[in-house]
Design a protein around this ligand. Structure first.
Ligand SMILES: *[C@@H]1O[C@H](CO)[C@@H](O)[C@H](O)[C@H]1NC(C)=O
Ligand SMILES: *[C@@H]1O[C@H](CO)[C@@H](O)[C@H](O)[C@H]1NC(C)=O
Ligand SMILES: *[C@@H]1O[C@H](CO)[C@@H](O)[C@H](O)[C@H]1NC(C)=O
Ligand SMILES: *[C@@H]1O[C@H](CO)[C@@H](O)[C@H](O)[C@H]1NC(C)=O
Length: 552
């Protein structure tokens, strides 16, 4: 009691204690909120993505001079730099202008095509000339705007019961969080330094895989719509800065053109196949209509050297005439929209290069794209090192020459994917949870075991097959293994330079990013100053590698 009335609550000792604790907690919250929010003051005024800017990648940088009021209320995230995870090298002045219905937001008005990747090649502003005399030397920035589990295993680190095996299942699971997870990846996995290093390594072209959701999404697609678009545009501008020419590569088409995980969705092919096959084929043409209107702008004339139609359409199961007709339709749309100079690239569809003789030969300035690997083929992965180098040298030279000749193959041919991979041992390389051919642990989950490889397919094909050495820290590799890797690369480059050139797969993986190309050159795995070199493929020079334990 207090003066005969009930004591006010704050006079009670127990309540006082609570009050003190509550005050301390409130004070702490205020301090934390102030520390997190105040440096970003104004950033969240326009709604959308609260607090999603990861630190350290340029989010919020450069916004000081921009008034949040200049962004209309309700502007979508791709027009609102206040919610972007990275603002480096973007024009942050709001515009809702589009070309081909695609936003120009983020681009600076002026551009400069004077840069030259290296002394072997012309500056961007000057014509490249004949690719059969000066083949492209390029690399893919894969696993960036189109995810691949083996390139970024950390993004696929989930309990297997969740079934997260591709971008589709990942974003369906993450739902609203997909935006933050993917944008953080876009903002950090590939940066300006990536392109600087690519040019320093002696390369002159970059193939950039992206997928249809950069442009459009449909029917409850879980994919992240459009965010990758501005990262694609910024990557092109960074290429420009270092004199690198660009090969645009649509890696995922509506419905999926191959049913592989790297198309976005593992499973049935729904492009030119199945109930919605024609709808999806038309959607893919609509995508090219918009993309080609956009890339017909003068600023892209010198830098987009290659314009791809569809990565790896699986023509071994699709209707060949259907794919050929779609290819011709896409080609006509793109040329009509004013993309006149870029080489239009279509995939070989795994049909065998001889089958392209006489097909699509009336398309001018087009090229057939062949992807060469030894590790996805049970007859090639078993080759020992001497055989792999010999095959890369002889087999692929012969195939390239056959394809380049219009009387025996299509004609102009590029190898827009190849690698030094000797094994399929990398984590998630075959698929999340499938094991590998090398050790005979490739199990697809098909009840009848169809498609499984349960016998080891390393060269000895016995219990000695192991992934330990191949997956070891590169600094632990034997000098003989490094010699093999280097010869294998040089043999392939020699073969592919009999065509219109090559694009290595892939510039970085998460683990390779820690092992920079500079260390690779220092260690003798990679040729330094690639542009100054002639590659060598003399069969007589191939050692038997008998100094090796068979692997490595
Ligand atoms: C930035 O974008 C705005 C809007 O499109 C444009 O008016 C301006 O010229 C651009 N700034 C520069 C420096 O290119
Ligand atoms: C998944 O993609 C990898 C490359 O990232 C490829 O090697 C593999 O064959 C694909 N697997 C399936 C089942 O799509
Ligand atoms: C073609 O589509 C049908 C119907 O959706 C599907 O069952 C089949 O698996 C698809 N074919 C391929 C090769 O994916
Ligand atoms: C590699 O295979 C070839 C062909 O079978 C064989 O002649 C050669 O001896 C093998 N090399 C080694 C080191 O086993």
């Amino acid at each position: 009691m207090w003066n005969g009335k009930p004591a006010p609550w704050y006079k009670k000792r127990r309540n006082l204690c609570i009050l003190i604790w509550v005050s301390v907690v409130v004070l702490l919250i205020i301090i934390i909120v102030a520390a997190v929010v105040v440096p970003n003051a104004g950033k969240d005024d326009n709604g959308g993505k609260q607090g999603s800017s990861p630190g350290g990648s340029g989010g919020g940088k450069g916004l000081d001079g921009i008034s949040p009021d200049s962004i209309p209320k309700g502007a979508p995230s791709w027009l609102n730099p206040f919610v972007w995870a990275s603002t480096d090298d973007f024009n942050l002045t709001y515009t809702d202008e589009t070309v081909g219905d695609l936003p120009v937001m983020g681009l600076y008005t002026d551009w400069d095509d004077s840069a030259r990747a290296n002394g072997r090649v012309p500056a961007l502003k000057d014509p490249w000339g004949d690719y059969s005399k000066l083949p492209a030397r390029g690399v893919n920035v894969g696993g960036w705007l189109s995810l691949e589990p083996f390139i970024t295993p950390s993004l696929f680190n989930y309990a297997s019961v969740l079934g997260i095996v591709d971008e589709y299942t990942l974003c369906r699971y993450l739902a609203a969080r997909c935006e933050q997870v993917l944008e953080n990846h876009y903002a950090t996995f590939v940066t300006e330094n990536t392109f600087k290093e690519i040019a320093e390594a002696g390369l002159d072209h970059v193939r950039i895989p992206f997928s249809y959701w950069a442009v459009q999404t449909y029917d409850g697609d879980p994919y992240l719509f459009r965010t990758s678009w501005r990262y694609l545009l910024r990557a092109i501008e960074w290429c420009r800065k270092y004199g690198l020419r660009v090969n645009l590569d649509p890696h995922g088409l509506p419905g999926s053109q191959n049913g592989w995980n790297h198309s976005g969705r593992l499973g049935a092919i729904g492009w030119l196949n199945g109930t919605d096959g024609n709808t999806n084929a038309q959607r893919a043409l609509d995508m090219h209509d918009r993309l080609s209107k956009f890339f017909a702008q003068p600023r892209y004339k010198n830098i987009i050297s290659h314009y791809g139609l569809a990565n790896e359409p699986k023509m071994t199961v699709l209707s060949v005439p259907g794919v050929l007709k779609w290819t011709t339709d896409a080609y006509n749309i793109i040329r009509k929209n004013g993309v006149t100079d870029a080489i239009i690239v279509f995939g070989d569809g795994f049909r065998g290069l001889e089958n392209w003789q006489g097909e699509l030969q009336d398309l001018s300035n087009a090229a057939l794209d062949v992807h060469q690997y030894v590790i996805f083929n049970e007859n090639l992965i078993v080759y020992n090192h001497s055989q792999k180098v010999k095959f890369a040298c002889e087999g692929w030279t012969q195939q390239t020459l056959q394809s380049m000749d219009r009387s025996t193959g299509y004609g102009p041919t590029i190898m827009a994917e190849w690698s030094q991979a000797d094994t399929d041992c990398a984590k998630h390389l075959t698929n999340v949870g499938w094991g590998n051919r090398w050790t005979g642990t490739y199990v697809t989950g098909n009840p009848a075991g169809i498609g499984d490889f349960t016998e080891p397919l390393c060269p000895t094909q016995d219990r000695r097959c192991s992934c330990t050495e191949a997956n070891a820290d590169p600094s632990k590799w034997s000098s003989a293994y490094k010699k093999f890797l280097r010869m294998f690369a040089e043999a392939q480059m020699t073969s592919f330079e009999k065509g219109w050139g090559w694009f290595y797969w892939v510039w970085d993986t998460e683990s390779a990013a820690q092992w920079s190309y500079k260390k690779g050159m220092a260690a003798g795995v990679l040729p330094a100053k690639a542009w100054e070199r002639e590659f060598n493929c003399k069969i007589s020079d191939i050692p038997s590698f008998s100094d090796l334990p068979e692997y490595y």
